[in-house]
Design a protein around this ligand. Structure first.
Ligand SMILES: Cc1cc2nc3c(=O)[nH]c(=O)nc-3n(C[C@H](O)[C@H](O)[C@H](O)COP(=O)(O)OP(=O)(O)OC[C@H]3O[C@@H](n4cnc5c(N)ncnc54)[C@H](O)[C@@H]3O)c2cc1C
Length: 453
């Protein structure tokens, strides 16, 4: 008779959970635990923590309320629990992010000292970061060749949820209670496996308004053209394998697969360059001059509030505040505006995103920002500066998106909605005049780039 601990982290699901299946297959019973780590809690924004609490609660329900919550540094908590319940192994999905991998290494060493292995099975990725390499064994720093190798590598079929798992958990094993759920003033999306799969099935089966039209509609923030799976992927309510298994060979499905590959690529890059979570991957860009002082700070505050006078930027920032999510196209537009129109470090924006996004994920966030800022892998060349008015006209041609989030411009004719005050029009009452002149700041940005040599 042997006992294992299943340590849940960002894999809050029962189906297609290889670590859990291995623990159950190799041991008589399993103690399911979630460690509430004060360090991680202090770094997560309220929307992300609220969603995590809901997801944990749903997971706990699905295991007959056996989940054991413990509080503290996992380095102390996990070995103490091992001794307390007499476990002979601990199972977990490997975490490849910087803090998680350092933590796991430390826990592993401490457990080994008492002869208990920390067994990693699977990860939040279809292909574990670090596995995709060139023929000479080196890693990729450009997306397209990475994604070709990633496709050729392939991944396993998703696994079913365990049948009648033999939990030994709460209340037999003392539980320190659920973490407090912060209040957020908007509804969070589905957080249980059934709800998330229903949401995915609705998108998958919606025909050309959903997955089958993904290639056509994914850039238009005014329509529900993307899957909104990022939040569930962040917490592992669904695994990318489960989504990939539903894809066929059409162009729309290929494009969707390729977006999942971006997530995998950024996970790989962050694993190989752990300090790229907050530092320029391309160190030459460290010399870029940024604005600072009270004016820069006030502009940053206006950007955060969604009061820049550029409707598509303001709509994005307000969408973030009001829903905890932002459309990918608009993430790129607001990021470009922060870096190239306001001349502020991308890290300021990335920190704000991490505080407000429910899907906030260090790898995708940092490298989404670095891509836009021209400091990362595969970076959009720095000199490609997004023009917010033109982006709005192109991707929100009817103005539906900005009307939804910027009511001050809702009554403007579509022809001027993305540049109120331009083309001889006046800024509508109650809305702000542009805080900077895009044409001027674009030139300024390019001059600063040139000065780098
Ligand atoms: C500045 C910036 C910051 C970002 N921060 C995050 C973040 O913190 N967390 C996060 O999950 N994504 C982030 N992204 C990527 C992307 O914007 C979101 O994954 C996407 O908007 C989520 O919506 P969706 O699930 O409807 O995506 P879909 O279009 O339905 O795509 C399916 C899945 O593919 C993955 N994906 C799609 N686009 C990207 C991309 N550009 N990079 C990486 N993965 C992608 C996501 O997991 C997504 O759920 C960021 C992008 C930018 C430009």
């Amino acid at each position: 008779m042997t006992r294992a601990i299943m340590w849940f982290r960002r894999d809050l699901r029962l189906a297609d959970n290889p670590a859990l299946l291995a623990a159950l297959a190799e041991h008589t019973d399993v103690v399911p635990v979630f460690v509430v780590d004060p360090l991680l809690m202090s770094r997560s924004g309220a929307p992300r923590r609220a969603y995590m609490c809901d997801a944990l609660n749903a997971l706990d329900d699905s295991m007959g309320r056996a989940l054991v919550y413990r509080y503290g540094d996992p380095l102390d908590v996990i070995p103490a629990l091992v001794a307390e319940v007499g476990a002979s192994a601990v199972y977990a999905a490997r975490d490849f992010a910087p803090y998680g991998s350092r933590r796991d290494d430390a826990v592993s060493v401490r457990l080994e000292a008492s002869g208990v292995p920390l067994r990693f099975v699977g990860s939040p990725y279809a292909v574990n970061p670090g596995s995709i390499t060139k023929d000479d064994g080196t890693s990729y720093s450009v997306f397209t060749p990475f994604s070709k190798r990633w496709l050729a590598h392939g991944w396993d079929r998703p696994l079913d949820a365990p049948r009648d798992p033999n939990w030994v958990g709460a209340p037999t094993v003392p539980c320190e209670g659920r973490p407090p759920r912060p209040e957020v003033d908007f509804d969070l999306p589905a957080f249980d496996e059934r709800g998330v799969h229903a949401q995915w099935a609705e998108f998958r089966d919606r025909g050309t308004d959903g997955l089958d039209g993904y290639d056509q509609r994914r850039n238009d923030p005014g329509v529900p053209g993307t899957s909104r799976m990022s939040i569930a992927l962040r917490w592992g309510i669904v695994h990318p394998r489960q989504l990939l298994a539903d894809l066929h060979g059409t162009r729309a499905h290929d494009v969707y697969r390729s977006e999942i590959a971006w997530r995998e690529f950024y996970g790989d890059v962050l694993h190989r360059f752990p300090d790229s979570g907050w530092r320029n991957l391309n160190r030459k860009m460290d010399a870029m001059v940024h604005d600072e002082g009270p004016v820069a700070e006030e502009r940053f505050a206006a950007w955060c509030r969604g009061e820049t006078g550029y409707p598509i930027v303001d709509a994005g920032m307000r969408e973030l505040k009001q829903t905890g999510w932002m459309h990918n196209r608009v993430r790129m537009i607001v990021a470009s505006f922060l870096v190239k129109d306001l001349h502020l470090p991308w890290q300021w924006g990335a920190r704000h995103f991490m505080a407000h996004l429910v899907d906030g994920d260090l790898a995708s966030n940092a490298h989404g920002w670095q891509w836009t800022a021209g400091t990362g892998t595969d970076a959009a060349p720095y000199y490609r500066v997004f023009n917010p008015a033109l982006q709005g006209e192109r991707y929100d041609p009817n103005g539906d998106y900005v009307r939804r989030f910027v009511p001050e411009v809702a009554d403007l004719p579509t022809s001027i909605i993305h540049a109120p005050g331009g083309k001889g029009g006046a800024v509508p009452l109650g809305y702000v005049a542009p805080i900077v002149d895009h044409a001027v700041e674009r030139d300024e940005s390019l001059a600063r780039l040139k000065a780098l040599g």
